[in-house]
Design a protein around this ligand. Structure first.
Ligand code: ATP
Ligand code: MG
Length: 604
């Protein structure tokens, strides 16, 4: 048991509040200081002063970016470019600390690569061309081109090529947390899609494919631990590897209506995949009568569209340009287009045969892709024999309501989501292009790579988004809240230390989370209404209001704004009122610790 609190006042005129708690008897003495640094007092903080009179709800709900701006977390500089104000900086520091701990647990070595990159390596890998308009570039005084780094595969590969001398130096896992620059076509929603943003990027280097897959698996586990600790519910989805290249890829998502990604999730087995990549079969009740559709596959070459072949899918599905592109590995540059030619019912086999036997615009024998689920609808003999090479496979975009291709008993549901992390097995795409090889079984072979991104600044906005119930206000997950508590001394401000001491003493699980995590609203010149409104807007998990009942009875009002928190109507003898967004209770200071210990169980 802790001994009774002792309140030590600093010298006259100083505003420091000090609390020391020690073990009785002086043995194993520990001290928990409730000294509030000047910087944790709201009088020192640069907070916006223009606020709405009342937090709007329902139709008037504010966007999360509005809330973050009004509460003083973000300041917009230009489209997709923001200053992280001190409160946001504290959130970012907490996310980074979690990410650092988990990356280092799997051997990650932290470095910091430059933001200004020479373009040579980007030329070697072809990405100077293929990245297109997203790439920011500039000229130095000598007229030489420099890139503002959007990602660092090329740079890190060059470092490893130069520095690693022996296969014994692998596996190697290098990571950094730095600013990235991408000239996004549509920057949006504050930090969700910025043109300058903070990313943690790790790169793994292994001798063999098996070892590289083991690296991928280890980092996937590290990512799960990161997102478990951050505390926002997340989904892990099979994904496409896009412009990065490679074949094995998973995305980590926060499920949210404002997300730009669509995931399909099986209600039966839990299989989750990005819509671009998801595999499905038509639902059992889809009628065979609905037949199949034929699409032309074309690619833009110069100023004309060239037909590459045709694809047949069930009438209720669209063909997936992304899956189709993989039928020509490496050979198709630029986007592919699919254009509907015709839909054929079950009885129209001769018309279909005729359509398919036509040469693709005289391009000679071209590819005919037949979706496996359409095959079931093609009675034997439907296909003509003059339609070029035929390849069956998964060529359609899966849709909500389809049967899951993994368990075949569940149905797919669709969810909007925000991508917060992405991991890839890259294979030798970069090592081959940049000639990074190592000795293996007496031969030189390209090093096997993986890359792993986490959108640190995007997580700030996405967490705020997911926890902002109906636009009523910010509510931070406990692990990344800028401060865990706000103390608002409306009455009896000279006894603030007593309240801070009770917070500092509070144990949650097996730690005392509050030291260094308390902000005190010492702006006594502002109205009570303004200060209470600010406390709500800032969205810290715990607010302790020293109001009228404090001076008379040493009772404070505790407000808890913690996503997902459920409390009974009485905690530690105090009556609790809750409405799904927040909980409130009047608690004697003497029982504040006991109350919070019970109320916050499971929150930290
Ligand atoms: P998106 O599909 O959203 O554009 P991406 O596939 O381009 O993402 P990666 O290159 O894999 O993203 O980057 C790793 C992580 O960086 C992403 O998972 C995301 O969390 C974050 N990220 C990517 N682009 C941005 C951006 N413009 N603003 C903020 N965060 C971003
Ligand atoms: Mg992108």
């Amino acid at each position: 048991m802790l001994g009774a609190g002792l309140i030590c006042r600093a010298g006259a005129g100083q505003r420091a509040l000090v609390y020391c708690a020690g073990r009785a008897g002086g043995l194993a003495r520990r001290r928990y200081s409730a000294q509030i640094p000047e910087s944790d007092k709201l009088s020192w903080m640069l907070l916006p002063t223009k606020k709405p009179a009342k937090a709007p709800q329902g139709d008037d709900a504010q966007s999360t970016t509005d809330l973050l701006t009004k509460a003083g977390y973000l300041y917009q500089s230009s489209a997709g470019i923001y200053t992280l104000m001190p409160l946001a900086q504290r959130v970012v520091a907490k996310i980074e600390a979690i990410v650092d701990a988990e990356m280092q647990r799997v051997g990650g070595q932290k470095l910091a690569m430059p933001s200004l990159l020479a373009p040579e390596h980007w030329r070697a890998t072809g990405r100077l061309q293929s990245t297109g308009e997203e790439l920011f570039s500039l000229k130095d005084r000598k007229g030489s081109m420099l890139l503002l780094g959007p990602t660092h595969e090329e740079e890190v590969t060059a470092i490893v090529k130069d520095m690693v001398r022996s296969y014994r130096q692998y596996p190697l896992r290098l990571y950094q947390t730095t600013r990235k620059f991408r000239d996004e076509a549509r920057p949006r929603a504050g930090l969700l899609r910025g043109r300058e943003f903070i990313m943690k990027d790790m790169y793994s280097f292994d001798v063999t494919k098996e070892q590289a897959i083991a690296s991928f698996d280890a980092v996937e586990e590290a990512y799960r631990r990161c997102f478990d600790r951050i505390g926002v519910p997340y989904a892990v989805a099979d994904a496409d590897s896009g412009n990065i290249g490679g074949s094995l890829s998973k995305e980590f998502h926060f499920v949210s209506g404002v997300g730009e990604d669509t995931l399909l999730r099986c209600g039966g087995c839990g299989y989750t995949a990005n819509e671009e990549r998801a595999q499905s079969t038509p639902s059992a009740d889809a009628s065979q009568e609905r037949g199949v559709s034929v699409y032309r596959i074309q690619s833009r070459q110069g100023d004309r569209d060239v037909c590459l072949g045709r694809v047949v899918v069930t009438a209720e599905h669209r063909p997936s340009a992304l899956k189709i592109k993989q039928a020509w590995p490496g050979a198709v540059h630029g986007p592919l287009d699919v254009v509907l030619e015709a839909t054929f019912g079950a009885g129209e086999s001769s018309a279909l045969r005729q359509a398919l036997s036509r040469d693709a615009d005289g391009a000679g024998d071209s590819l005919l892709l037949v979706d496996s689920s359409a095959e079931d609808r093609l009675a034997a003999g439907w296909l003509g024999d003059k339609c070029g090479e035929e390849r069956s496979g998964d060529w359609h975009v899966a849709a909500a309501g389809d049967a899951c291709a993994k368990c075949s008993s569940g149905r797919l549901d669709s969810l909007r989501a925000i991508e917060v992390g992405h991991i890839f097995y890259l294979g030798d795409k970069y090592s081959r292009a940049m000639d990074l090889t190592t000795q293996h079984h007496g031969q030189r072979t390209p090093v096997q790579m993986g890359c792993y991104g986490i959108g640190v600044s995007r997580i700030l906005q996405a967490a705020a988004e997911c926890c902002n119930a109906d636009g009523r206000g910010l509510r931070w997950p406990f692990a990344i809240a800028p401060y865990l508590a706000a103390v608002v001394p409306l009455d009896g401000a000279d006894r603030t230390a007593e309240v801070c001491a009770a917070l500092v003493e509070t144990r949650v699980g097996d730690s005392r989370p509050f030291p260094g995590q308390i902000a005190v609203d010492d702006r006594s010149h502002l109205s009570a209404g303004f200060r209470l409104h600010d406390a709500q807007l800032l969205g810290f998990p715990v607010t302790v209001v020293m109001g009228r009942r404090f001076a008379a009875e040493a009772v404070v009002e505790v407000q808890l704004r913690i996503p997902g928190l459920r409390l009974p109507s009485e905690v530690a003898g105090a009556a609790v009122q809750g409405d799904g967004y927040e909980h409130r209770a009047f608690v004697p200071v003497a029982r504040l610790s006991a109350f919070l210990e019970l109320a916050l169980q499971g929150a930290a």
